[in-house]
Write a protein that binds this ligand. Structure first.
Ligand SMILES: [Zn+2]
Length: 167
């Protein structure tokens, strides 16, 4: 989009109703979070991929899985992606992971986390357990980018462990 087009678009944004603005905000922040999580996960684990099955290092690209790059190991022929063999493998709604991490850090019970994230209680419950299972070294690899963006995030998330056992 060129500058003039953006300017016209911004003028039209000013005419949105409050409800429409809230919708727009939701779309913008969801997209940013999704992209942020994807970049983070891939940049931390996908930079120099090592096969999680056999520790092989001869890796080729092989399509995508769950919105992330998929790799194939030349040694064992198996495929994997950045989250394979971590507790976050196959979890959906990646855009909400940062919010989940934050809810966990603040010790929110499942009922409140579910309301805040806009996901079912069963989802909030499952995520809580998967995120708690995530061993510190893996968590550091997956979420280190967040620390750089906001140093206090990781400190709070460590402190938050063990608080609030959910509902
Ligand atoms: Zn392998």
């Amino acid at each position: 989009m060129d500058a003039a087009e953006l300017k016209r678009w911004l003028v039209s944004v000013a005419r949105l109703t409050l409800t429409q603005k809230a919708d727009l905000l939701r779309v913008l922040s969801a997209r940013d979070d999704q992209a942020a999580v994807k970049d983070l996960v891939e940049s931390r684990l996908g930079g120099l991929p090592v096969c999680p099955h056999c520790a092989g290092t001869r890796i080729v690209l092989n399509g995508s899985a769950s919105g992330l790059q998929r790799y194939e190991c030349r040694a064992c022929q198996r495929t994997f992606y950045a989250l394979t063999k971590t507790p976050l493998a196959r979890l959906r709604k990646k855009a909400k992971w940062l919010q989940q991490e934050d809810a966990l850090a603040r010790g929110l019970v499942v009922r409140l986390a579910s309301a805040e994230l806009g996901v079912a209680r069963s989802t909030a419950f499952r995520w809580r357990h998967r995120f708690l299972q995530l061993a510190q070294p893996v968590k550091a690899r997956v979420l280190t980018g967040v620390v750089e963006a906001d140093e206090t995030f990781f400190l709070r998330s460590n402190k938050g462990q063990g608080q609030g056992q959910g509902s």
